[in-house]
Design a protein around this ligand. Structure first.
Ligand code: PLP
Length: 377
């Protein structure tokens, strides 16, 4: 018999989700919009402490609309995290704007304030800064936002991976002009697919709802003065989200426990360092990751192969954007001392461990023993 698959991070449903979905069916609110969408928005706004939220079809759509609302246009420069998933920066290209990739710092793996400063020296007038909170660990938000503030440039937080993580007691995604969350299947909560744009600017969120529903002017006939998008979340999907919101804190607690368990289990192996936490924040530990020391005889690939042989899913660290063929030719700004950027170094030496909250104690013990085995322990 094939061994049970152990996942990196996959959906965990509880039952309430289906009740909200049933409600949508029973009241025939199967069309887009409806009570679940409105309530889900209110619940996310209340939970995060944002004034307003717009439920959308994807986190990527939320980033796209954040850029539109920040008036990013063709030829504009946008500074963006280099070490991230491509969805963070793809929407910059949808608008024919120009991404400039900013290297990470080693303390949180997120956008390096020193590199951001350097980028402003080279390009004094970017239209926006898009910063990710990678793997759920908050970036150095105060430092980054101080620099953006000096230049009067809007700060947009890609909190797709960090929902429920806090920085100085406040939710990630609520610091910048805009924040975005993702409810893709692998995220800490999921709606099977979806996203949310949050902001304290209620007018901007109303505008996002307008743009996401084909930009229909207030006229009886179909009249359009803007290019619109079909980006709204459906009422069925929002029902799943409402059910998941009831378990967000619980998911976070289990993710954090998984991280702590790995950290303790590998504490005696000098070559292993777990991904960093921000001492000013509280990570949601969406994925537990490790890096191997420089010159370590064991490679990330060997560990991934050993896990895969036992039907356990692991994954490399996101490959930095400036190394992606599709983004060749765009500028990359680093403040790294050596001849390799911080992001590339993390990519070379790191991997993501199975971080699914349904992993049992036995699963965790098995994963740990396979990783330890790679080091002859
Ligand atoms: C998942 C993810 C997104 C995209 O979210 P979707 O809902 O899949 O569109 C954006 N940025 C980061 C960092 C992500 O991990």
């Amino acid at each position: 018999m094939e061994k049970k698959r152990i996942y990196l991070s996959c959906p965990t449903m509880h039952g309430e989700e289906l009740e909200f979905v049933h409600e949508a069916f029973d009241t025939n609110w199967v069309a887009p919009l409806g009570p679940n969408v409105n309530e889900f928005e209110k619940e996310v706004a209340a939970y995060t402490g944002s004034k307003a939220a717009a439920a959308l079809s994807a986190g990527t759509a939320a980033i796209h609309l954040a850029l539109k609302l920040a008036d990013v246009k063709e030829g504009d420069i946008v500074f963006v995290s280099d070490l991230t998933f491509s969805a963070t920066c793809n929407p910059i290209c949808y608008e024919k704007a120009i991404p400039v990739f900013i290297d990470s710092e080693p303390d949180t793996w997120n956008m390096d304030p020193k590199a951001l400063k350097k980028a402003f020296e080279k390009y004094p007038n970017p239209k926006a800064v898009v910063c990710v909170h990678l793997y759920g660990t908050p970036a150095k938000i105060d430092e980054l936002m101080a620099i953006c503030g000096e230049h009067n440039v809007p700060f947009i937080e890609d909190a797709a991976e960090s929902m429920s993580a806090t920085y100085k007691g406040k939710q990630t995604g609520t610091f910048g002009k805009f924040g975005i969350f993702s409810f893709n299947g692998n995220k800490i909560i999921t709606t099977s697919g979806g996203g949310m744009l949050v902001s304290d600017d209620e007018e901007a969120i109303a505008r996002a709802r307008f743009l996401s529903t084909q930009a229909r002017d207030a006229a009886r006939h179909y009249q359009h003065s803007n290019i619109g998008y079909n980006y709204r979340m459906s009422n069925v999907v929002a029902g799943i989200g409402r059910g998941q919101m009831l378990h967000l804190e619980e998911h976070k607690a289990i993710k954090k426990k998984i991280y702590e368990q790995y950290k303790a289990a590998f504490a005696d192996i000098e070559e292993i360092t777990m991904n960093p936490m921000n001492p000013d924040g509280d990570s949601n530990c969406w994925l537990s990751c490790m890096t191997l020391s420089e010159g370590c005889e064991v490679t990330p690939n060997q560990i991934m192969d050993a896990l895969e042989a036992e039907n356990m899913e692991s994954r490399p660290i996101w490959k930095p954007m400036h190394l992606q063929p599709v983004f060749e030719g765009y500028d990359f700004i680093s403040a790294a001392e050596g001849d390799i950027s911080v992001g590339e170094d993390i990519f070379n030496r790191g991997l993501c461990l199975p971080s699914d909250i349904k992993n049992t104690e036995e699963d965790m013990a098995n994963i740990i023993s396979i990783v330890r085995g790679c080091f002859g322990r």
